[in-house]
Design a protein. Structure first.
Length: 435
C-alpha cells in the first residue's frame, strides 16, 4: 500500500492488529461452539474471551516468534497462549491454519467491499447531480474522436451513472460470493471438528458456511471478486479519459477544478493539466493488474498449496486500497468539474451544420431519392465544408439534385438542434427512474 494513495479507513482493514483481532475472534467463536457441543469445557471458552477480547496483540512479539517457527498462525497461537494461559490448549482444536487465514481474508474482503460500495454511492450521487444540472446542455457526440451528432452533456454523465450502477450491482454480488467461512479441518472433511462449529463461526463473523472446501476456500470466489474490482477500475478509467479529452485546449468543454495556489507545471506557469484524471487512469491499470494473479490462484495443487498465499498478501490490500482511493478521487472530480456550455456550442457549430447530415440523408430518401443517391448528394456537399469552402445548408440549397426532392424550408427543418434531444427525458427515466 502506497501512503499517497491510501485512505485510513480502508487501510485499517489490512493492518496487522486488525488481522490478529479477526484471527482471535474466529478462534474464540470456534471455542464457543466446541464448548456448546461438549468438546471443550465451557469455562475454557469463557476464559479465552475474558483474557483476550480486549487485548492489544503484540505484533513485534508475534513477528519474533514467527522468525523461529517460520509459521504465522503458530506464532499467533503461541502469543495468544501467553495472554490466555493454560486454557489456550483448547484453542484451535481440530482446525487447520487455512481455516483461520481464509475465513479472516473473506471477512476483510467483505469489509473492504462495504467501503467500496459506499464509494460507488458517492460517485453515483455526484454523477446524478451533475447529469440533471446539464440534462439539456447541447454538446457534440464523437465517434472515432470525430464530430458525429449532437448529444447533451447530461447524457454523457448519465452513461457513466448507468455504468457505475452496474458496477455497484456486480460488487454486491462479488461481496456475497466471497463472504464464506471454512472451519473444516486439514482437508475439508470435518474429521477432527464438527460442522456445527463452522456454522457457528460463519454466523458470528457475518459469513456463510462454504458448502465444500478442501484445506482452503475455493479461489474462484476470490478471482471473481478481484475481476469485479478490475471491471470497476475500467469504468473509472473510461470516465477519466473522457474528461481528459474534454479538457484538451482545442476542445475545453469541461475541466478539472483548479484550486487557488495550484500549479500545473514547474516550467510553464500557464498550465492547467488534467492531473486527477491522468492519475485515475494509472490507478485503474494497477487495480486491473491485480485481477490476473487472483485468476491464476484458482488452480492449486490437490487439496491445497501456498502458491496463492504470497500473491493474496499483496493483492488483497493493494487492490482494495487503490480502488477505494480512485473512487473517492473520481467522486470529488465530478462534484467540482468545471463545465463550459459556451465552448460546447462553439464546437457544435465548428463544422457548419455537418452534424445534421443524417437528417438530410433520411429526408431525401423519404422524398423519393434512393439511399445510394441521397448519400452521394449529402456527402458531395459535406466535403467542401470539411475543407472550409462553404456552408453546408447554403450548398445544399444550391444543389439541383437535392432541390428535386427538398424545398429550402425542408432543408432548413433538418438543422433543428432540438430534434436530437426529443428522447432525453425517456433516457433519463430509464437511467434514473422517475426522480
Amino acid at each position: 500500500m502506497i501512503p499517497r494513495y491510501t485512505r485510513p479507513e480502508m487501510a485499517s482493514i489490512w493492518e496487522p492488529q486488525t488481522r490478529f483481532k479477526i484471527w482471535f475472534e474466529i478462534e474464540a467463536h470456534a471455542a464457543d461452539a466446541l464448548a456448546e457441543i461438549g468438546t471443550i469445557p465451557k469455562e475454557a471458552a469463557k476464559t479465552i474471551w475474558a483474557k483476550a477480547r480486549d487485548a492489544t496483540f503484540d505484533v513485534a512479539r508475534i513477528d519474533e516468534i514467527e522468525r523461529e517457527t517460520k509459521h504465522d498462525v503458530i506464532a499467533f497461537l503461541t502469543h495468544l497462549a501467553e495472554i490466555v494461559g493454560p486454557e489456550a490448549r483448547f484453542v484451535h482444536q481440530g482446525m487447520t491454519s487455512s481455516d483461520v487465514l481464509d475465513t479472516c481474508l473473506n471477512v476483510q474482503l467483505t469489509r473492504a467491499a462495504d467501503l467500496l460500495i459506499s464509494d460507488i454511492d458517492k460517485v453515483l450521487a455526484a454523477l446524478k447531480k451533475r447529469a440533471f444540472e446539464h440534462k439539456m446542455t447541447p454538446t457534440i457526440g464523437r465517434s472515432h474522436g470525430i464530430h458525429a451528432e449532437p448529444v447533451t452533456f447530461g447524457l454523457k454523465l448519465a452513461y457513466a451513472y448507468a455504468e457505475f450502477s452496474r458496477a455497484r450491482e456486480r460488487l454486491v454480488a462479488a461481496r456475497k460470493e466471497v463472504a464464506t467461512c471454512a472451519i473444516s479441518g486439514a482437508v475439508g472433511t470435518f474429521a477432527q471438528i464438527d460442522p456445527r462449529v463452522e456454522e457457528h463461526v460463519a454466523k458470528a463473523m457475518g459469513l456463510q458456511p462454504e458448502p465444500i472446501s478442501t484445506q482452503v476456500i475455493p479461489r474462484d470466489r476470490h478471482a471473481m471478486y478481484f475481476a469485479t474490482l478490475g471491471v470497476i477500475a475500467s469504468s473509472v478509467e473510461r470516465l477519466s479519459i473522457e474528461i481528459r479529452h474534454l479538457q484538451r485546449t482545442e476542445v475545453l468543454e469541461a475541466e478539472e477544478f483548479f484550486s487557488e495556489g495550484q500549479k500545473g507545471s514547474s516550467a510553464m506557469p500557464h498550465k492547467r493539466n488534467p492531473v486527477l484524471s491522468e492519475n485515475l487512469t494509472g490507478l485503474s491499470r494497477m487495480v486491473r493488474a491485480y485481477a490476473m494473479p487472483a485468476m491464476e490462484n484458482v488452480a492449486l495443487w490437490h487439496e491445497r498449496d501456498i502458491s496463492h498465499s504470497s500473491a493474496e498478501r499483496m493483492i488483497g490490500p493493494d487492490a482494495t486500497v487503490t480502488l477505494d482511493f480512485a473512487l473517492m478521487r473520481l467522486a470529488g472530480l465530478i462534484e467540482k468539474l468545471l463545465i463550459y456550455p459556451a465552448n460546447m456550442q462553439k464546437n457544435l457549430d465548428r463544422l457548419g451544420g455537418l452534424v445534421h447530415s443524417q437528417r438530410l440523408l433520411i429526408a431525401l430518401t423519404q422524398k423519393g431519392a434512393s439511399r445510394e443517391d441521397a448519400y452521394k448528394y449529402v456527402q458531395r456537399n459535406a466535403m467542401p465544408v470539411w475543407r472550409g469552402e462553404g456552408d453546408f445548408q447554403t450548398l445544399l440549397k444550391k444543389d439541383p439534385d437535392v432541390k428535386k426532392h427538398l424545398t429550402d424550408a425542408d432543408i432548413e427543418e433538418q438543422f433543428d438542434l432540438g430534434y436530437h434531444f426529443k428522447h432525453v427525458d425517456t433516457i433519463f427515466k430509464r437511467v434514473f427512474g422517475e426522480s
